[in-house]
Design a protein around this ligand. Sequence first.
Ligand SMILES: Cc1cc2nc3c(=O)[nH]c(=O)nc-3n(C[C@H](O)[C@H](O)[C@H](O)COP(=O)(O)OP(=O)(O)OC[C@H]3O[C@@H](n4cnc5c(N)ncnc54)[C@H](O)[C@@H]3O)c2cc1C
Length: 401
Amino acid sequence: MRLVIIGSGFAGMYAALSAARLRDIQGVSPEALEIALVAPEPTLVVRPRLYEPKPETLTAPLLDVLNAIDVDYVQGSAETIDSKTRTVQIVAAKGARKTLPYDRLIVATGSRLFRPNIPGLAEHGFSVDQLDDAIALDRHLHALAHQRQSAARDTVVVAGGGFTGIEVATEMPSRLRAILGKDAKPRVIIVERNSAVAPDMGASPRPVIEESLRNLGVETRVGVGVASLDKSGVTLSSGEHIASATVIWAAGMRAAPLTAQIPAERDNFGRLLVDRDLRVLSVPGVFATGDAARAACDGIGNYALMSCQHALRMGAFAGNNAAAELLGIPTKPYHQEAYATCLDLGEAGAIFTLGWERTLKLVGAEAKKTKQQINTVWIYPPPAERAAALAAADPEHVGEL
Ligand SMILES: Cc1cc2nc3c(=O)[nH]c(=O)nc-3n(C[C@H](O)[C@H](O)[C@H](O)COP(=O)(O)OP(=O)(O)OC[C@H]3O[C@@H](n4cnc5c(N)ncnc54)[C@H](O)[C@@H]3O)c2cc1C
């Protein structure tokens, strides 16, 4: 029997750990139940940190931990899924193709930034979505230091005032000062289509966010969108033109393209609709998890968000349940009642909220300590030691607050 997991993000990593844990508990050998993880690189890209400096350091190795738990790493990108013949076509680094049959498949391919068809965005826009994007932005910022000082050189426009946009924007003043030096006059502007920044954060944390932006000198333009980009900067829907060498797109996510190959229902973000066990509805043998799936996280109408917090735990339940089906034992319905947000605000600290209504619990330096703990410890892979790694993957405890 073979379980194939596609994607080595937070969800894929925990799917592998949790499936291996159940196999181990049931005393089943790795030969009797093969677990294979397909990904372009055997690394975890720590996406929630990609707004930070030195993005090339923001990955964690996975090969040793996969070896320790007897999960086979298959190098490559899954190109096609045939859910009728239960096979995945994989393209490896040098173009070599192989076909991997599966008995159960877990789609853990995550998400991508959605870039709308705005004139100039593809050519002139930056992002912090994937590792390569963050590295390209970082190189660009360093290259600015070799240009003569000008308003455009020193101005960064962040399109999107949601979670990611705010984290990028509040990090920028100190990043620009560090790169451009004393003569620079860094200016950071958030453009948000809604009538206020942080539209999804609700009323409780917004005043703290707005005050932090003011203290950092981050300007906002609300109720306007980006109309176009060109070499000179960005033009807003209001007609305002902002001279800027750096426009960062930080608005909107979509499930990764591979999900489109599964003949099943999807939501507006392209996420596959799944049942409480994270099985894709009406496609036998296929599970989806993390940002690739739309899953209920409780019985009162809350759904998992495209977030690391949900991806970790959804991954653990998907891995457990796909393995449980193959081993003929009961599955465990996914549930995640607790919900927290921790928003980095650069030199202004952070905020930490609890509950779906986002009640403010910590602000400033205290919240920043929690953010650093999350970003440098909690979301990293467990140690590459078999017993510790398997113990870390009990779905009932993964991502517990
Ligand atoms: C700048 C930024 C800040 C964020 N901040 C936060 C935060 O503070 N808190 C929070 O909870 N979330 C945050 N997020 C969101 C979080 O990063 C995602 O929700 C999370 O990464 C989802 O995990 P995942 O495993 O589902 O997908 P991903 O992390 O996207 O991983 C998917 C994996 O699948 C692989 N893959 C894709 N297609 C294929 C294919 N065809 N074949 C093989 N492999 C494939 C990819 O290479 C990748 O390794 C942030 C995201 C960004 C970009």
